[in-house]
Design a protein. Structure first.
Lengths: 602, 84
């Protein structure tokens, strides 16, 4: 069966499954719509959280980023998993005990202030909407590459599928579809990795393969990779850093805190029956996430190796000198997968020195020995540009795996993007229907009407997300980082202080959230322009790019969080204590006994 | 908060402190600050510091969460604040 038919078959089957679940899991009450009825098993919720969490960025982009960054890419691996320790211990069980449908409702009730809850809603909406743009673009890329339809058609189809289960099923539909999507995406990620690990190292388990010797040699894969990439002028794979160690440290911390503070992830823990289930469920979520996250570094390193082997045949296994005139691949002999990916624009080459061969190396290297060799070989610059996203999407083709594996990767990429999009849409529609409409504008709304408003805001959110996917703003690429910055600098500290500081009052919390958000956005906008408008960058005013101890704007959330904590404590000391009943509420939240099903009462 | 309640809370904070210390040492310590020194040691084909950053810290996080869930369950029962 040819690749195209196979892909349609596999993706079609996965979509039929999601629609089937949508028909089975319709939501009839607000409890089902916001919290899936409140009795999801911790393992089921863990699996759904895995799919909710692992986005198009995790599935499609992360391994490619690590492939280019080497050791430094560990900041994504540690940052996006370590946050679950914080979530499990500092937030999830207590928010579950509090027992309400949304994150802004906790902030509003705990700080006895509609202003606080409104700020939380604004933070939630900004973080979730910017995040969703990335998912919609991911859906478009996967469709256009694998199914041969246009980007637009792809996004419309994605919107249609999400509509079917998110609007009618709410959290209930989303939960069970996410479970199915998790299974699809984890198979799609690990199956090619197993094949590739087996080919390169003879060990079928990628996590062990990465620490094994190259097949038929007694040199370890990582040592070989270190040698090959340094020969081509790139940084040494197992030690190269993004900037310096301080930047990596702060970046990792920002991703951890941001992960713990993202509302669409926190919300998933409102669906389990008990406080103790919320604790265990965070562990199960990380089990399912770790399956992908410990495979990703193997995919990254092995794909890099395979790419270099493709361009410089003989360099890896026969130790051929890559600078010899005949050592690189001839353009007309390049493999089919390169031709296929050239069409998408994600892979490009230009024969700069006109020798009919492809030279792939770091033309900005500072290594003098390599520079001399490049000079002697008469190369005129790197000729191959590989978009990081290809590393996962084209991985099975690079390793010459069978068609069904390639089709599976297409279904997996779509599952990752759709499941995260649905979780974000859930957070958005709950904030609108529950926190804004019921909480502020129409507190006496009936349950049936609130359910209807929830479904309508879900539908509207899908249309907006689709529109942003079709017309991605110029800043789309940087937006996921903004979502983490906002969650880290505003939501995480506010929730944490709400639980761990009984005396924290509304003035402190509000001032802290605003201050944290402000410094983070200020630093980001200094680099990207105010609201990402080109030409309004003002990093000169703050002393140049990354001027704060060399920290990148994407890594700034942790600094914002520190400012939030600091300002909150100072303001708290200068204003009066929270009322008695609020302090009693905090004490009740800290103790598991008396936990009841989540509800929406204000 | 009654005496039992505050005893439960300080026991909880003690447990969180211990777990967060290990969380920090395993990821920020072994994976970032001391990675270069640890790279001198090999774990199979892995330099140890690199292994912590790309693999080990994640396994450690998993162990920590499940330990936390169990230890908190024990604390809940010890102070008689568990769910029925």
């Amino acid at each position: 069966m040819d690749l195209q038919t196979m892909t349609y078959l596999v993706v079609g089957a996965s979509f039929a499954l999601y629609i089937g679940i949508a028909i089975w899991a319709r939501a009839g009450s607000t409890s089902e719509f916001y919290a899936a009825g409140g009795s999801v098993h911790p393992i089921t919720n863990g699996m759904a959280t895995g799919a909710d969490w692992m986005s198009a960025a995790s599935f499609i982009s992360m391994a490619g980023l690590i492939s280019n960054m080497g050791y430094g890419g560990g900041l994504f691996l540690m940052g996006w998993t370590g946050g679950y320790v914080l979530l499990a211990m500092l937030l999830a069980p207590y928010l579950r005990k509090f027992g309400k449908f949304t994150v802004p409702q906790f902030i509003g009730d705990r700080f006895y202030s509609q202003t606080a809850s409104t700020i939380a809603v604004i933070c939630l909406l900004t973080a979730s909407i910017t995040y969703i743009i990335g998912q919609m673009t991911g859906v478009g890329v996967a469709f256009s590459r694998f199914l041969g339809v246009s980007n637009e058609t792809g996004i419309y189809m994605g919107m249609g599928i999400v509509f079917a289960y998110a609007v009618f099923g709410g959290m209930k539909g989303i939960t069970y579809t996410q479970v199915a999507q998790y299974i699809v995406l984890i198979l799609a990620y690990t199956v090619p990795a197993v094949f590739i690990s087996l080919q390169l190292t003879g060990n079928p388990i990628p996590q062990l393969g990465l620490g094994s010797n190259m097949v038929g040699t007694d040199v370890s894969l990582l040592m070989k990779l270190d040698q090959v990439v340094t020969d081509l002028g790139f940084g040494q794979y197992t030690t190269q850093l993004p900037g310096d160690k301080l930047n990596m440290f702060v970046y990792t911390m920002s991703l951890m805190i941001g992960t713990a503070g993202l509302p669409h992830v926190i919300m998933r823990f409102f669906t389990v029956a008990k406080v103790s289930d919320a604790r265990a469920s965070a562990g199960w979520a990380l089990v399912f996430i770790a399956l992908l996250y410990t495979t990703a570094p193997a995919v990254a390193a092995m794909a890099k190796m395979n790419l270099i082997r493709t361009v410089n045949p003989g360099m890896v296994m026969q130790n051929t000198d890559p600078f010899q005139p005949e050592a690189q691949i001839k353009i007309e002999e390049r493999p089919d997968w390169m031709k296929r990916w050239e069409k998408t624009g994600l892979l490009k080459f230009t024969d700069k020195n006109g020798d009919g061969r492809i030279q792939y190396y770091n033309d900005k290297t500072k290594n003098e020995a390599v520079k001399a060799k490049i000079e002697a070989a008469g190369w005129k610059g790197n000729e191959l540009d590989v978009n990081a996203d290809i590393i996962v999407l084209a991985n099975p083709e690079i390793a010459l795996l069978p068609n069904w594996v390639i089709a599976l990767v297409a279904a997996g990429g779509l599952a990752a993007a759709l499941s995260t999009a649905a979780g974000l849409l859930m957070a958005i529609s709950a904030a609108v229907s529950h926190d804004l409409v019921k909480g502020i504008f129409k507190p006496d709304i009936s349950e049936q009407n609130e359910l209807m408003v929830g479904k309508i805001s879900m539908a509207v959110a899908i249309v907006i997300a689709g529109y942003l996917g079709l017309n991605p703003p110029g800043f789309a690429a940087g937006t996921v980082a903004i979502a983490f910055g906002i969650a880290a600098s505003s939501l995480f500290p506010a929730i944490m202080m709400g639980i761990f500081s009984k005396k924290m009052n509304k003035e402190g919390a509000i001032a802290g959230m605003i201050a944290g958000l402000f410094v983070t956005l200020f630093y980001v906008f200094a680099h990207t322009g105010v609201f990402f408008i080109k030409g309004t960058e003002f990093y000169d005013l703050i002393g140049g790019k990354n001027s704060f101890f060399g920290i990148q704007p994407n890594a700034f959330g942790a600094i914002g969080a520190l400012v939030n904590f600091g300002v909150a404590f100072i303001v708290d000391k200068m204003t009066k204590e929270p009322p008695e009943h609020i302090q009693a509420m905090v004490e009740a939240v800290r103790i598991p006994r008396g936990a009841k099903a989540v509800d929406g009462a204000h | 908060m009654d005496d039992n309640g505050s005893a439960y809370w300080s026991a909880t904070l003690g447990l969180l402190g211990k777990i967060l210390a290990i969380w920090f040492i395993g990821s920020f310590g072994a994976g970032i600050m001391f990675a270069d020194a640890l790279n001198g040691i090999k774990l199979g084909g892995y330099p140890l510091g690199f292994w912590f950053a790309h693999q080990g810290s994640i396994y450690l996080f998993l162990a920590l969460i499940f330990y936390y869930a169990k230890a908190m369950g024990d604390l809940d029962r010890k102070f008689d604040v568990h769910e029925e």
